[in-house]
Design a binder for this molecule. Structure first.
Ligand SMILES: O=C(O)C(=O)C[C@]1(C(=O)O)C=C[C@@H](O)C=C1
Length: 371
């Protein structure tokens, strides 16, 4: 049977609407270029003052302001990504932003870096979390993006350990919905010799893999994208990674969304060197992260919490890690507090807390993630 003829006559109503969209796009472009010129002027001013270009608190305030001003029909969750991109492009006119993350292309860390800084950045993919810290410490990148916790698997121990031993501090946070897919050269679940992925991804898909591929070896590799790269070279391997990694390496999605928790999220910290970047100023919605230790005696942890209660400071995270010291029952406590030390209640609570701790390190103060 012959195909029905395609109607090629333009619909006048559609044409009229598109003409309006074209005209508005031109106005938007002119306005965006005016905004970009202003950002360039800000950049000149900062160069003159010798101050840093990236201001996470200002970017958070701009996004908060735009979300509050949004009258629709744009959805509130569409506003933040649009303005992140606009500010990313404006920032790039002031100075390049070099961002290190666990690569190669297609990792969730890369997605987190692009989601936080926008796409006008210089990408510095690294082979491991250690290398992200080293590259940022050495100044080959201005910022590093490192995973700190996952809603299924808990803390990313290596990142927490490196917060202790490197001079870097946190200036921002971002979190990402993490959807893992089984990726392969062949479009089939048959004859898979090994599943290659980062240990965190293998753990986040433990239930699915145990049910569907119980006898297949799980082989940990440095990143999920590295697993995808290997699976592209060897058809007997399957990778667990993002769709983006799949298309990057020409793999089929054999099974989509195989993570055990459908709401699987990973939180990332944005780190930098304190000699190259000041602590962000208060944005109005801030978090202060620290790591402390107390001597191992009855009531020690209770004493740590008293200053917070006395000054009405909210704790949003409390995580413990073994200190690996001679006393095997010593712990480091990773604590997130609501607020900025510019606020007297928080600064007084911190001073009092410091006095009861045997070890105290501020990891950073930064604006909360805005979506
Ligand atoms: O307000 C500034 O300080 C700017 O440099 C401008 C701008 C922006 O585009 O709005 C760009 C980069 C900064 O991180 C913050 C904001």
């Amino acid at each position: 049977m012959a195909d029905a003829p395609v109607n090629t006559t333009p619909n006048p109503a559609l044409t009229a609407l598109r003409e309006q969209i074209d005209a508005l796009d031109r106005e938007l472009l002119a306005l965006l270029n005016r905004r970009a010129s202003l950002a360039q002027a800000v950049g000149e001013l900062k160069k003159h003052e010798g101050s840093v270009v990236f201001r996470p608190e200002r970017e958070a305030q701009v996004i908060d302001g735009m979300k509050a001003a949004n009258a629709g029909p744009l959805k509130p969750e569409s506003v933040a990504p649009i303005w992140r991109e606009i500010m990313s492009a404006c920032r790039a006119l002031e100075t390049p932003t070099r961002v290190a993350y666990l690569g190669p292309a297609g990792t969730f860390s890369e997605l987190a870096a692009l989601g936080y800084f926008g796409s006008s950045i210089v990408r510095v993919p690294c082979a491991s979390i250690d290398e992200v810290f080293r590259t940022t410490t050495a100044g080959a990148a201005d910022f590093g993006v490192v995973p700190v916790e996952n809603s299924t698997e808990g803390v990313v121990a290596r990142s927490l350990d490196l917060f202790l031993t490197t001079p870097l501090f946190i200036i921002g946070e971002t979190s990402l919905f993490v959807r893992h897919n089984l990726l392969r050269k062949e479009q089939s679940l048959a004859d898979i010799k090994a599943i290659v992925a980062h240990p965190q991804a293998l753990a986040q898909c433990h239930g699915w893999l145990s049910y569907h591929l119980p006898d297949v070896e799980r082989r940990p590799v440095a990143s999920n994208a590295e697993g995808a790269r290997l699976a592209a070279l060897d058809p007997t391997l399957a990778a667990v990674a993002s769709e983006r990694a799949g298309s990057e390496y020409g793999l089929h999605v054999v099974a989509p969304a195989i993570q055990d928790d459908p709401h699987n999220r990973t939180r990332f910290a944005i780190v930098t060197h304190p000699e190259r970047h000041p602590t962000p100023q208060a944005s109005g919605h801030d978090c202060t992260s620290l790591v402390v230790s107390v001597n191992n005696r009855p009531g020690a942890v209770h004493d740590m919490l008293v200053p917070l209660k006395e000054h009405g400071v909210s704790m949003t995270r409390f995580e413990s890690r073994p200190a690996r010291s001679a006393d095997q029952w010593e712990y480091y406590f990773y604590i997130d507090l609501q607020g900025h030390p510019e606020q007297p209640a928080l600064s007084q609570a911190l001073a009092q807390l410091r006095s009861v701790c045997s070890f105290f390190k501020l990891l950073g103060t930064y604006p909360l993630d805005v979506h």
